[in-house]
Each structure stands twice: as C-alpha cells, then as structure tokens.
Design a protein around this ligand. Structure first.
Ligand SMILES: Cc1cc2nc3c(=O)[nH]c(=O)nc-3n(C[C@H](O)[C@H](O)[C@H](O)COP(=O)(O)OP(=O)(O)OC[C@H]3O[C@@H](n4cnc5c(N)ncnc54)[C@H](O)[C@@H]3O)c2cc1C
Ligand code: SF4
Length: 323
C-alpha cells in the first residue's frame, strides 16, 4: 500500500471541504476501499475518515417514508423494524450480500459506491478502461461470464455489484448529498449512476468532494417484497443475476442486478407486464426490459436465467400472498 495522508472530519460540511482536492477519497467502513488500495488499484493521496460523522440514524420522514443516514451499517439497516415491515425487499437484498462480518462494517454510502468486480479491473497487469482510462478493455475478448449484458459500451462491460442498490432502485429511493459549498442535492439512482459510454472510470455524477449524507425511501407501497439472487456459491458470492420485485396483483415493480452497470429497471416493461395475459407476463417484462441487450457469447445465459428467475419470483409472490 502507498503512503497517504489521513484526516478525520467532524461535520459533513468539513468532510466535503476536506475531500475537494484531487486525489482525496472518503473512507467509511473501508471494506472495499482498503482492499483496492492494497492492490494498488485505488491510489488516494489523502483519506477523509467520515466514519464518526453523525449520519448513523434511520428516521421517519414527514410524508411517511424513511431517511437512512449514510453511515448506517448494512446490518442495522436490514434489521431496522420499519425496513423489515415496510421495505422488506431491502432487508432481503442486504442479507443476500457479503457476510455478516462485512455487513457489520459496510455502510449505506459505501455500499452504493463499491467498485466493479470485473476480473480485469483487479488485475493491474491487464488493460482496463475503468482502472486506467484509455488503455482498453481486456474483458471484451476475455472472461466475461459474470459481466453485464445491457447498458454497456465498447469501452466497458462491467456490471454493478451491489445487491442493496437493486432493492433501492425498485423502491424509488433517492440519494442525498452535500457539496463542499454547502449545496445539498437529491438524486434518483438513475441520475446518480452513469452508464459507462466512453468514460467508464466516471461511475456516478458526484462532484469532487460531494459527500453522500443519506438515502431517502418514499412512503411504503405495500405488495409482496422479494429478492432472489442467483450465484455460483450459496453464500459469499456476488450475483450472476438478481431480481428485486414488489408484486401487487396485476402490478409489479422489478429491478435487476448483475446484468448492467447500474441497477436495471425499465418502467415501460412493468406496463407491458400489466397489459400481458397472465401466462405471458414474465416474458413480456423481460422482452421489454432487455430489448437491445448485447450479451457476449459467455454471458448470453443471463437473459434466459433472468426469465426463469422472474417466473420463480412471481410464483413465490403468489404463494406468499395466499399464505
Ligand atoms: C468478500 C466480500 C464479499 C462481498 N460480497 C458482496 C455481495 O455479495 N453483495 C454486495 O452488494 N456487496 C458485497 N460486498 C461489498 C460490500 O458490500 C462493500 O464493500 C461495502 O458495502 C462498502 O461499504 P464501506 O462502508 O466499507 O465502503 P468503503 O470501502 O469505506 O468505501 C467505498 C467507496 O465509497 C466511498 N464512500 C464511502 N462513504 C461515502 C460517502 N458517505 N459519501 C461519498 N463517498 C463515500 C469511498 O470513498 C469509496 O470510494 C462484498 C465485499 C467483500 C469484501
Ligand atoms: S469490463 Fe470494464 S472493468 Fe472490466 S476490463 Fe473492461 S473496462 Fe475494465
């Protein structure tokens, strides 16, 4: 690991100001950033420690939703009584990720900003436009089985690895931020995450020093909340594909993980689902949501796998609704 300077911030505004300079990174739980620094993939010259900021609360919002501080750990968020009762898809997604020990350290803000799990991103001997802009993409002609099938570009086909973010997308959550000049912003997840296009190293629309202060969940929408993750091992593995769904009779909200550079949700596909005959609903949704998909030979299995996974989720929703 390279030498770096270290600052601990006392307030969110001070943290944002301290992180504005080039080469500075925030550190929260450290479960992703420190690994990447040890591998020489991230090379910050200064770390701004935000772990002691007062952003650890989950609070009710005036409209009946929930505000989650950026430093709420994944364990505390998954176990929060209102999350378990009103936003169960979020609890189910979080506990499907990582391990208990990591979830105890990992934070809400850090989880949203964890970096790609492409094998070439981790191999500093090989070209990677995300790690080293302009060098090329080793995955295009290499091992791409785990990578994205839609939303990709000729510069990068990495998928977003977070389980939590897929549930947040289906819940229409927004990300709250604070810039060094004191301006606050609220971004939908589609506004927050960039698609790779020709700048895959720019993964979000955050500006230098901009701190995530929390995430806001809108009022609960009811329905049956499900998260199904398909992976190579039963635990401690990232998703090959995942489905976050809220099913309420003929209406469904669905977001997909493991298949795109950001949680993938296509509202038109949910309308296609509502219009289709009962036995063709899952097909109508997948056909629309994955129109224009560009899988590689190695990961073309992901679209039929998603189709089957969605059908299993819908069957489970039917059983849970009857129980
Ligand atoms: C072995 C292993 C298995 C895993 N399996 C899964 C899995 O199956 N599913 C899954 O979803 N995740 C998985 N993870 C990833 C894990 O969820 C993330 O490492 C964790 O959520 C990151 O949170 P953190 O607080 O530790 O972030 P950090 O490592 O501290 O930071 C990560 C990034 O976020 C930035 N950051 C942190 N907080 C803020 C903030 N408030 N504002 C702005 N920027 C900020 C940092 O600068 C850094 O760039 C796994 C991790 C490991 C090590
Ligand atoms: S897919 Fe993206 S992360 Fe993987 S090698 Fe290509 S540019 Fe790098």
């Amino acid at each position: 690991m390279r030498a770096f300077a270290y600052t601990r911030a006392d307030t969110p505004r001070a943290a944002a100001q301290a992180a504005e300079a080039t080469g500075t990174k925030f550190i929260a739980g450290g479960t992703n950033l420190l690994d990447l620094m040890k591998l020489d993939i991230e090379q910050p010259s200064r770390l701004v420690d935000v772990s002691r900021l007062n952003l650890r609360d989950v609070t009710d919002t005036p409209d009946g939703g929930l505000h989650v501080g950026a430093l709420v750990t994944n364990t505390d968020l998954a176990n929060h009584p209102r999350v378990k009762s009103d936003y169960a898809v979020l609890t189910r997604a979080i506990v499907a990720g990582a391990s208990g020990q990591i979830r105890n350290k990992a934070t809400t803000g850090g989880n949203l900003l964890q970096r790609a799990r492409c094998p070439y991103f981790y191999d500093t001997n090989l070209p990677c436009n995300k790690r080293d802009p302009g060098t090329g993409c080793a995955a295009l002609r290499g091992l791409s089985r785990t990578l994205a099938v839609i939303g990709t570009s000729d510069a990068c086909i990495a998928q977003h690895p977070s389980d939590m973010a897929v549930a947040l997308r289906v819940l229409d959550a927004t990300v709250n931020t604070l810039k060094p000049d004191g301006t606050a912003r609220t971004l939908t997840l589609d506004e927050f995450y960039r698609l790779p296009e020709d700048t895959p190293h720019l993964e979000t629309t955050l500006e230098p020093g901009e701190l995530i202060t929390g995430v806001t969940l809108p009022p609960p929408v009811g329905g049956t909340h499900l998260y199904r993750k398909v992976r190579d091992r039963a635990s401690y593995a990232f998703a090959l594909v995942s489905v976050a769904a809220i099913v309420d009779g003929d209406r469904v909200r669905v977001a997909f993980g493991g298949v795109a550079p950001r949680p993938w949700r296509v509202p038109d596909a949910e309308d296609a689902y509502a219009r289709a005959r009962a036995d063709g609903r899952a097909d109508a949704l997948i056909d629309r949501a994955f129109e224009g998909a560009r899988p590689t030979e190695e990961n073309a299995f992901k679209v039929p796998l998603l189709r089957r996974t969605l059908k299993a989720v819908l069957a489970q929703a039917g059983q849970e609704a009857q129980a």
